[in-house]
Design a protein around this ligand. Structure first.
Ligand SMILES: [Zn+2]
Length: 67
């Protein structure tokens, strides 16, 4: 998976923590780096609202790629 350079490990870790401490379901578009919401933790290839690519992944999925 190619991950946009603005999707950094610290950003993804914060999103995973936010998911545990709130009802947010954060994710990231790995094509353009946009934040996405309403993602299942294991979401893969959801459509990005910003760039239209099927490149939105749940935070936990992106974390596994970066770790
Ligand atoms: Zn995008």
């Amino acid at each position: 998976m190619k991950i946009h350079p603005t999707v950094t490990l610290s950003r993804v870790e914060q999103a995973v923590e936010r998911r545990m401490s709130s009802l947010d379901n954060p994710g990231f578009c790995v094509a353009c780096g946009a934040d996405a919401d309403g993602c299942e933790p294991d979401a893969r290839e959801y459509e990005c609202e910003v760039c239209g690519e099927l490149a939105v992944y749940g935070a936990a999925e992106v974390l596994m790629e970066l770790a």
